[in-house]
Write a protein that binds this ligand. Structure first.
Ligand code: ADP
Length: 157
C-alpha cells in the first residue's frame, strides 16, 4: 500500500489544496494531510481548528486522514510509513521552490519520493495568504475556499 503525506501549513485550507487532495486520493491508497505546525509560531488558525476544518472538507474521501506534526516533514513521513510526499503545483514559481524542497528531503531521507500534481487552472491563483488578505479587507472568499472554511472564517472574523 502506497501511503502519501500531503504536507503544508493549510492556514487556511483552500480550493487549491482540496483539488490536490481529490486528485491524490485517486492515485494513492492512503493520503495523510499533514499540517505543519510550530507551537512557538502561532499561525492564523489554531492547530485544532485547522484539523477540524480540513477533516470536514475531506470527509467524503475514505482514504484521506488529517494529522498535525511539528518538526521535519521527512521524520513525520517515516513515522507514518509514507513513501511519498505529495505537493501541489500552481505555476513555475512553485516549481522552483518545490524542486529545492524535494531535493533537500531526498538528501535527508533517500527513500522518500516527492510527487507533484498540477492544480486546475481556476485554482492556480489561490493561496492561503491571498485568502487571509481578502478576508482582512472584508472581501468575498466564496470562490477560494471550501464551504466549511468559508462558514468558519466569516463567522469568526
Ligand atoms: P507551505 O507552507 O508548505 O507552502 P501551503 O499550505 O501553502 O504550505 O501549501 C501546501 C502545498 O499545497 C504546497 O505543495 C503548495 O504548492 C500547494 N498549494 C498551495 N496552494 C495551491 C493551489 N492553489 N493549488 C494547488 N496546490 C496548492
Amino acid at each position: 500500500m502506497t501511503i502519501a503525506i500531503y504536507p503544508g501549513s493549510f492556514d487556511p485550507f483552500t480550493n487549491g489544496h482540496l483539488d490536490i487532495v481529490k486528485q491524490g486520493a485517486e492515485v494513492f491508497e492512503k493520503i495523510i494531510v499533514a499540517i505543519a505546525y510550530n507551537e512557538k509560531k502561532q499561525g492564523f488558525l489554531s492547530k485544532d481548528t485547522r484539523i477540524k476544518l480540513i477533516s470536514e472538507c475531506v470527509k467524503e474521501f475514505k482514504n484521506v486522514e488529517v494529522q498535525a506534526f511539528d518538526g521535519l516533514t521527512v521524520d513525520f513521513a517515516k513515522k507514518c510509513g509514507a513513501s511519498v510526499l505529495l505537493r501541489g503545483l500552481r505555476n513555475t514559481v512553485d516549481f522552483e521552490y518545490e524542486v529545492q524542497m524535494a531535493q533537500i528531503n531526498m538528501a535527508l531521507y533517500s527513500d522518500i519520493k516527492t510527487v507533484f500534481l498540477i492544480t486546475k487552472p481556476e485554482n492556480s491563483c489561490i493561496s492561503s495568504s491571498g485568502v487571509r488578505e481578502i478576508l482582512h479587507n472584508n472581501g468575498d472568499i466564496t470562490n477560494f475556499v471550501p464551504l466549511p472554511v468559508k462558514k468558519f472564517l466569516e463567522s469568526n472574523k
